[in-house]
Design a protein around this ligand. Structure first.
Ligand SMILES: [Zn+2]
Length: 569
């Protein structure tokens, strides 16, 4: 008998846990569910973050306030070592204080527009003639020289309007989940046209250079969205200190308002616009921070289980679903764990990242500082636009690399958790199936070996650490909230966030209590596979094109070919 036990123990050490062997502490599941379902604080936390602090553009005073507030909240709940961890230098900070735009002739109308991030102010309230600029090629610009000085330029096509016939809110049904679970072999046709994107980008660069010489008063483009929804983010990488501060304000305007002015101008009806834009650049301190806090472990306290989400947002709304939702779920999950008085074996560490919207900067810097670093970029490489920058090899593994068990991320809006992407890690998938079992009645059922992209779990996955993002119901993320002025508290769905908090808390707890470290994939030694890269590029391309005035196919495409899917950001 003894020998048999010894043999089984040996086996247990030698092979990763099979689904049946993975244990779930059902008493803990009960405690977490009861605590959350009867004493949830998620919406109070949400109101503090979204209503009081507001949008959290990286480098803005609100971002710093959110860092400070989350740090004090973690400390108040009894977490240990709650602190701000610096990364950077990021570059210049920016915030805006005012933006008012009106048409004053041929009629009076308030126009909904917002300043693009890192754009300049007007000199108080200004009034000027509006003028159209709508070109298909660089060559056309030559003939237009000398007309734009002191005018307000309405740039780009008028987007064709179509009635919204599709549902605004989407949830996965059984069929959708089945599809998610089915593995997509690498090598599918890319759904992203790089040539088309590069062409659009080149044209935009030519237009920017042209306008710089022309010296207009301001430039207005058509923001993504409709029916009062307006997406606004940044253009290029103007947070970089090496970039000059833009000379004139650039605004994104709600499509119907943009359309009215542009149609009048196209019909040669003179239009006069009044605007007042006030923005502030902050260059003193270029560092940024991630908020980090812990629930210390016991017999395995040197080993760490992490959960996280990005705390930063764009500035159009209050960043409620992107990614206030993920942030408050992570906060609520650790509050829950403290409330039910857990004594984890491994240390549980929560991190709220900044700089995600500009390129996963906060989580990448954290991984670089703690787990695995890459050769430094040269000055020239740093100045390259993202699509020319190459990932550098080899990785230098740090002592903490062997101590991180697993990282869980939440960044796909306010929708509840329907499952998890196992990122090609079959051993992880087997474990997840067991861990999800107590939450089938809450709609969390699906484990897929497919990868997902565009969220901070990638910073971990890319160096060979187990990092995962959950599958979430989409709700109105793509139709209404993603990077828009409508990303507000009202779009937070309480029941969904409560469910996500319990699932997150339970996953983190299971990982902190299991006997072994979480299973890993082999450490990558070279450029990610073609498919992964393609998806990465497409995702970023999409992010940038969303900010350019040229029409985009939609807020974001879910699948970008191969086995990688886009989401998050
Ligand atoms: Zn985003």
């Amino acid at each position: 008998m003894k020998r048999l036990t010894a043999f089984v123990c040996l086996l247990g050490l030698a092979i990763p846990a099979l689904p049946g062997e993975e244990r779930v502490d059902y008493d803990m599941v009960t405690k977490l569910r009861l605590e959350e379902f009867h004493h949830s604080q998620i919406m109070e936390i949400g109101s503090e973050l979204m209503d009081r602090i507001g949008p959290r553009l990286t480098g803005s005073p609100q971002m710093k306030e959110a860092n400070e507030w989350t740090r004090s909240k973690f400390a108040e709940w009894g977490l240990a070592d709650s602190h701000l961890e610096p990364w950077g230098p990021f570059g210049r900070g920016w915030s805006y204080q005012a933006c008012a735009v009106r048409m004053t002739a041929p009629d009076h109308a308030e126009l909904l527009a917002m300043p693009v991030a890192w754009t300049a102010s007007t000199n108080g309230t200004v009034r000027a003639a509006a003028i159209r600029l709508n070109v298909k090629s660089k060559e056309e610009l030559e003939k237009l020289k000398g007309q734009y000085a002191g005018k307000i330029v309405f740039y780009g096509e008028i987007r064709p309007s179509k009635p919204n016939e599709k549902a605004e809110i989407e949830r996965f049904d059984e069929k959708d989940l089945e599809k998610e679970a089915r593995y997509e072999m690498p090598g599918g046709p890319p759904r992203y046209n790089r040539d088309e994107y590069m062409k659009r980008r080149e044209l935009r660069h030519a237009v920017d250079a042209f306008l710089k010489d022309e010296k207009p008063l301001a430039v207005v483009d058509d923001g993504r969205g409709d029916y009062g929804t307006l997406a606004v983010q940044g253009l290029g990488e103007d947070w970089k200190i090496s970039h000059p501060i833009p000379a004139y304000p650039q605004l994104s305007m709600e499509t119907e308002h943009f359309g009215r002015v542009a149609r009048l101008l196209d019909r040669k009806v003179p239009v006069e616009i009044e605007m007042d834009v006030k923005t502030t650049f902050i260059e003193q301190d270029q560092m940024q921070w991630n908020t980090v806090a812990e629930i210390p472990g016991s017999d395995k306290k040197d080993e760490v289980v992490m959960l996280g989400a990005h705390l930063d947002s764009w500035h159009g709304g209050t960043g409620a679903t992107d990614n206030g939702a993920g942030s408050i779920v992570c906060m609520e999950a650790v509050r829950l764990l403290k409330a039910v008085n857990v004594h984890p074996r491994r240390t549980i560490r929560v991190a709220l990242w900044s700089g995600e919207e500009q390129g996963l900067f906060g989580s990448r810097a954290y991984v670089d500082q703690h787990f695995a670093s890459r050769p430094k970029l040269t000055k020239e490489e740093e100045e390259l636009p993202w699509y020319r920058r190459k990932v550098k090899w080899p990785l230098t593994l740090k002592p903490e690399f062997s101590k991180l068990s697993v990282y869980f991320n939440l960044d796909n809006g306010s929708g509840k958790i329907r499952g998890i992407y196992a990122e090609d890690n079959a051993a992880a998938a087997a474990i997840f199936r067991t861990w999800l079992e107590p939450f089938h009645d809450l709609g969390a059922t699906t484990v897929t070996l497919n990868r997902t992209g565009g969220t901070d779990h990638e910073s971990f996955d890319q160096v060979g650490l187990p990092g995962f993002q959950f599958i979430q119901d989409q709700l109105d993320y793509e139709t209404r909230t993603h990077h828009t002025n409508m990303d507000l508290y009202e779009r937070l769905v309480k029941e969904d966030l409560m469910q996500a908090s319990v699932v997150m808390a339970s996953f983190v707890y299971n990982a902190a209590m299991r006997d072994g470290m979480f299973p890993r994939k082999p450490v990558p030694k070279e450029e990610p596979t073609k498919i992964e890269k393609k998806a990465d590029e497409a995702e970023k391309a999409e992010k940038e094109t969303a900010a350019t005035p040229t029409p985009t196919p939609g807020p974001k495409s879910r699948a970008v070919g191969g086995s990688a899917r886009m989401s998050g950001r």
